[in-house]
Design a protein around this ligand. Structure first.
Ligand code: ZN
Length: 219
């Protein structure tokens, strides 16, 4: 945790994308124990305020037995619980993560530019996945055809692409914050599916294999 004594924490604000020291306005801790009264889990909740956009966020820091580094130091799983970010991290190529963060960052300043930036993330995904085609539309279709992108995401991509086109062509379209939030959420789910999910599933499979191995060793 990057927290200093004057009650601030280094975090990214997912309202505006600002990465910096956020003011801790309130904190609360909960601990739970198992039936033998042994430490079983701990959560620290932080209500923080962004000095740039003045919006509040809620951070949860969880830990439980066994969450330790190689030196036995307790590790914490830090999550932004509000606003809902669903920000994919693990496995996501830096260029895509950074383009998505930049799009979110610009939202508070200009929603139209944000929509254009979201469309650009789709272009980067197509490039990274080696999609064939001359236009973004044909590249996305190519990803679906090659089963890289499930067909269910086809219409989500089309919405982002077409609204991105409108934004780029100076159509007189007003993009409201809540609508742009929906587009961001759609894109985050696409990125999550393509990059972060395989890693999450891989880790759980590893655990399952270890459990199965342990069972076989018992017999
Ligand atoms: Zn902010």
């Amino acid at each position: 945790m990057n927290e200093n004594k004057d009650k601030r924490i280094l975090q990214t604000c997912f309202h505006c994308g600002n990465k910096g020291m956020l003011d801790i306005k309130g904190e609360y801790e909960t601990t739970w124990v198992d039936i033998d009264d042994c430490f079983d889990g701990f959560c620290r909740w932080l209500l923080v305020d962004c000095p740039v956009c003045k919006h509040a966020s809620l951070i949860g820091m969880f830990t439980e037995p066994g969450m330790c580094d190689e030196n036995g130091e307790q590790l914490f799983d830090e999550k932004i619980l509000y606003p809902q970010t669903n920000m994919p991290t693990e496995g996501t190529p830096e260029a895509i993560k950074s383009a998505l963060e930049s799009a979110i960052k610009i939202k508070e300043i200009d929603t139209t530019t944000c929509v254009m930036a979201l469309r650009r993330v789709l272009e980067l995904i197509c490039k990274e996945k080696g999609a064939n085609g001359k236009t973004l539309e044909s590249k996305l279709k190519n990803l679906v055809k090659n089963n890289i992108l499930p067909s269910g995401f086809d219409s989500a991509c089309a919405v982002i692409r077409l609204l991105g086109n409108s934004a780029a062509h100076a159509d007189k379209v007003v993009f409201y914050n809540h609508e742009v939030d929906e587009l961001i959420s759609l894109l985050q789910n696409i990125v999550m599916y393509l990059y972060a999910l395989p890693i999450k599933i891989g880790k759980l499979k590893e655990k399952l294999e270890k459990l199965n191995k342990g069972k076989n060793d018992e017999f």
